[in-house]
Design a protein around this ligand. Structure first.
Ligand SMILES: Cc1cc2nc3c(=O)[nH]c(=O)nc-3n(C[C@H](O)[C@H](O)[C@H](O)COP(=O)(O)O)c2cc1C
Length: 199
């Protein structure tokens, strides 16, 4: 079993979402001791933002690319290959300004490629990244779960589903900006959710 863990926090060692994602992965590895882990930290090493030169490189057939375009396209080919090889995806997702971090959006932009990770058919789009299990570990300063202000859960459900990943389980860490007691409570609730994961 191959696990791909994506960390998206910009808070390094102090990141709650990275701790949650690490704990999810630890739990999965306890359940599947042979699992191999690939780690990508887009918070500290963001992928280059899609821009006109990136699109020009990606829309040029591989055998017609300049060396610069080949290098540019490869920056996005690598994260796609990592995801294609994964059986399980673990995302560490902080809430920044009511949304997912721009660095995670950059990873999503990198791995969403028509004809490769999804395709358009006569009956509509079809995700090609099927058969994967996804775990999302959220960390939030406040409380948003099951409210209209939680933009993260519906967006991730939609985009992951669009790409074929429909088996998604969410772990919520909420209240990290609400004082020490709230942090302890959040950590305990996260622990309970992770211990309940069946892998
Ligand atoms: C730039 C920034 C924006 C934030 N915006 C929000 C927000 O909109 N709502 C919220 O509840 N907490 C917000 N927070 C608090 C974070 O959600 C909280 O610190 C969480 O633990 C972040 O995850 P991380 O520790 O993995 O980075 C924000 C924090 C930062 C640094």
């Amino acid at each position: 079993m191959n696990i791909l863990q994506i960390n998206a926090s910009i808070q390094g060692e102090n990141s709650h979402s990275t701790h949650i994602a690490n704990d999810i992965t630890t739990r999965l590895r306890a359940l599947h001791p042979d699992a191999k882990l690939t780690l990508r930290d887009v918070g500290s090493e963001p992928l280059p933002v899609l821009d006109p030169s990136a699109l020009a490189a990606l829309f040029t057939p591989a055998d017609k690319r300049t060396p610069e375009q080949a290098a540019r396209a490869a920056q996005y080919d690598v994260p796609i290959a990592e995801l294609q090889a994964a059986d399980v995806l673990v995302l560490g997702v902080p809430m920044y300004n009511l949304a997912i971090p721009v660095q995670l959006k950059g990873w999503i932009d990198a791995i969403s490629r028509a004809g490769v990770t999804f395709r358009y058919t006569a009956t509509g789009p079809e995700g090609l990244l099927t058969g994967k299990k996804v775990y999302v570990g959220f960390s939030r300063g406040g409380f948003y779960r099951d409210t209209p202000l939680d933009t993260q859960t519906p967006y991730l459900k939609v985009i992951l589903g669009f790409l074929g990943m429909t088996d998604v389980q969410f772990v919520y860490g909420e209240g990290f900006a609400m004082g020490d007691e709230a942090v302890r409570k959040a950590e305990a609730e996260v622990r309970t959710q992770i211990e309940a994961l069946k892998g």
